[in-house]
Write a protein that binds this ligand. Structure first.
Ligand SMILES: COc1nc(N)nc2c1ncn2[C@H]1C[C@H](O)[C@@H](COP(=O)(O)OP(=O)(O)OP(=O)(O)O)O1
Length: 166
């Protein structure tokens, strides 16, 4: 199973509520879709270290004080395919800049483009951006690659204690 992370940096957007830093993925799994910065764990790395590194590499932001917000398992044709450790944080330093992998954009939480994201995201990301914790299982069918498979079922449990995932 592939271990991955996602990080959702948040900031106060004034009268319009919070903004979240999203990326438009430029290559690899989920290319062309919006997501949070993130990626695969490297050898010896904790999920939290991975989320910090991927956010720095992909969008040039330094994030600290990450809060674990979700633990998601994606199954492909009945087999566990990817586990994703989801974080959010308000400790963000720097200005986002584009990389080969990601085009970053601050987006009002109320305007997150769920129609341009993975099919499962609208089920769990709104709650994560509101401060909830979630454990979820999502079933895809149709073979590799995961981003061309069909999303067929899910199971979610909210407000689960997750620790900080370090
Ligand atoms: C199946 O639903 C998914 N939803 C969301 N929102 N994000 C997902 C889903 N499945 C995978 N992901 C995320 C998890 C990772 O953050 C990325 C994939 O990471 P990638 O393969 O690009 O990993 P990197 O280490 O950055 O890539 P390189 O190997 O190219 O360095 O998608």
């Amino acid at each position: 199973m592939i271990e991955t992370t996602l990080c959702f940096p948040l900031r106060d957007g004034g009268d319009d509520g919070d903004d979240v830093l999203l990326i438009e993925k430029r290559r690899g799994l989920g290319e062309g879709w919006y997501n949070g910065p993130g990626g695969k764990l490297e050898s010896g790395e904790t999920p939290q270290e991975c989320a910090v590194r991927e956010t720095r590499e992909e969008v040039g932001l330094e994030v600290r004080d990450l809060e674990k917000a979700g633990e998601l398992t994606f199954l492909l044709d009945g087999e566990e395919h990817t586990r994703c450790h989801v974080y959010r944080t308000r400790s963000v330093t720097g200005e986002p800049s584009a990389s080969a992998e990601a085009d970053p954009e601050w987006v009002p939480v109320d305007d997150v483009p769920y129609d341009r994201m993975w099919d499962d995201d609208h089920l769990w990301l709104p709650g994560v951006l509101e401060g909830a914790t979630v454990v979820g299982e999502f079933r895809f069918e149709g073979g590799e690659p995961l981003d061309e498979a069909e999303f067929v079922a899910h199971d979610l449990e909210w407000d689960v204690p997750l620790g900080n995932g370090s």
